[in-house]
Design a protein around this ligand. Structure first.
Ligand code: THU
Length: 156
């Protein structure tokens, strides 16, 4: 069963761990390499031992090689903290030289990667994002990717 998408009007309404992760995601935007889009994205995730791992988008002159902040954080967590479960991930973004947050909801590729991590660890990953209508949303990756493709599909 998927957790529904829960919508909050204000960041203050989120629990303190989620607010802290959003704060770390905002901080991580400082490490974005985004000379092409000028859209600076940060992601912060918390592991089951309390460790926080962050990521920021990394672009390339060969545009298809650009990597989203979420996947930078997810792959970094897998490479540096193998075997740990990811409990929650927050995303934050702003345009270059803008202090105000921009909406950043995980793209389809990140949802697919999140979904597989969630399936492998057999534990939901809570995701916190800021939407285009200026709401904060809390959900899980499987709720964000209904009928997602999994390795089980190939094993049938
Ligand atoms: N981007 C992310 O890092 N995460 C998102 O959730 C949305 C998009 C990045 C990819 C690219 O570097 C830039 O934002 C513009 O799409």
């Amino acid at each position: 069963m998927s957790t529904p998408i829960i919508v909050f009007d204000h960041l203050e309404e989120l629990d303190s761990e989620s607010k802290y992760l959003v704060h770390k995601a905002k901080e991580a935007t400082a490490h974005a390499y985004a000379p092409y889009s000028k859209f600076h994205v940060g992601a912060a995730l918390v592991l089951d031992d309390g460790t926080i791992v962050t990521g920021a988008n990394q672009e390339n002159a060969s545009y298809p090689l650009c990597m989203c902040a979420e996947r930078v954080a997810l792959y970094s967590a897998a490479a540096t903290h193998p075997g740990k479960k990811i409990l929650k991930l927050a995303v934050a973004a702003h345009k270059k030289n803008h202090k105000e947050l921009s909406s950043a909801t995980c793209c389809g590729s990140c949802r697919q990667v999140l979904h597989e991590v969630e399936m492998n660890q057999n534990n939901p990953i809570e995701i916190i994002m800021y939407t285009a209508d200026k709401k904060w949303v809390k959900s899980t990756s499987s709720a964000l990717l209904p009928l997602g493709f999994t390795k089980e599909s190939m094993e049938l």
